[in-house]
Design a protein around this ligand. Sequence first.
Ligand SMILES: NC(=O)c1ccc[n+]([C@@H]2O[C@H](COP(=O)([O-])OP(=O)(O)OC[C@H]3O[C@@H](n4cnc5c(N)ncnc54)[C@H](OP(=O)(O)O)[C@@H]3O)[C@@H](O)[C@H]2O)c1
Length: 274
Amino acid sequence: MASPIDGGNVLITGASSGIGREMARQIAPRAKALVLVARRTERLEELKSEFAQKHTNLKVLVQPCDLTDQAAIDTLLETVLGELGTIDVLVNNAGFGDLQIFDKAAWDKLDRMIRLNINALTYLTHKLVPAMVERKSGGIINVSSSFGMSFLPGFSVYIGTKHFVNGFCDALVCDLAGTGVRVTCVCPGPVKTEFNEVAQDAIRLPNPAPMEISAERCARESIAAFDAGKARVVPGTVMKIMMFMEAMTPDAFFRSLYGMQGKIMRKKAIERGV
Ligand SMILES: NC(=O)c1ccc[n+]([C@@H]2O[C@H](COP(=O)([O-])OP(=O)(O)OC[C@H]3O[C@@H](n4cnc5c(N)ncnc54)[C@H](OP(=O)(O)O)[C@@H]3O)[C@@H](O)[C@H]2O)c1
């Protein structure tokens, strides 16, 4: 079946940076219209100018929006649907993490994370999927994380949000079976983006170099999986192997291993006063 990206209207959240910006760059030559959503308008305008030179037939809508605000999402959708009529592909990519032991984390940041990583993703999907089902075509790319399939200390709420996304995607694939609407859950390991800067690594995770891939590669493998109608993709060879091995190992083993790591992290965090 042809990919709904080709000749379609595609809305990408978190298009101002990292994986979302690369997805926009790779989708631009194929789509009819691109809706770029994030808070940093100037970054989105830069991307629009880049596309104006390369893809003269592409319509680009820059839509600044804080997705933690549901009323702002309503306004965004009203504007976009008023302008384009339909959205064929929704890329729920915007998200952030917080690298801190749970009891030391700031509630305000956790609250915003839950509202962005879970509420905005689910709300946008709920608003846009019915018309896709009616048209018997379209699709959703939900950018989750390898943490949607695993866990580690120092990341509890972020990991909880990504487990939600994975569970949601798996069940949604079943809900939408036979409708012509596809869903792909993207589960990357470390990707070179602004993610760690935003997560503020208070507990200092080890260097992810062996597993780390570029945002360009992550976007490329994610889009290829969506085109192929795959329900889940783990971009990057090392992460694919690691996630396979992790799935073969009982969770109890990791709870005990990571429990020891958690004790060390807490001790170091206390020593550094964070
Ligand atoms: N990088 C990694 O190692 C990694 C690994 C696994 C999964 N992921 C997932 O990949 C996705 C993209 O992250 P990234 O690595 O590309 O990080 P990034 O470079 O920090 O990009 C995050 C994007 O989300 C947008 N965003 C953040 N808060 C927002 C808000 N309240 N409203 C609207 N947009 C908002 C940001 O735009 P503005 O700041 O302009 O609003 C930015 O465009 C996330 O869901 C993340 O959880 C990343």
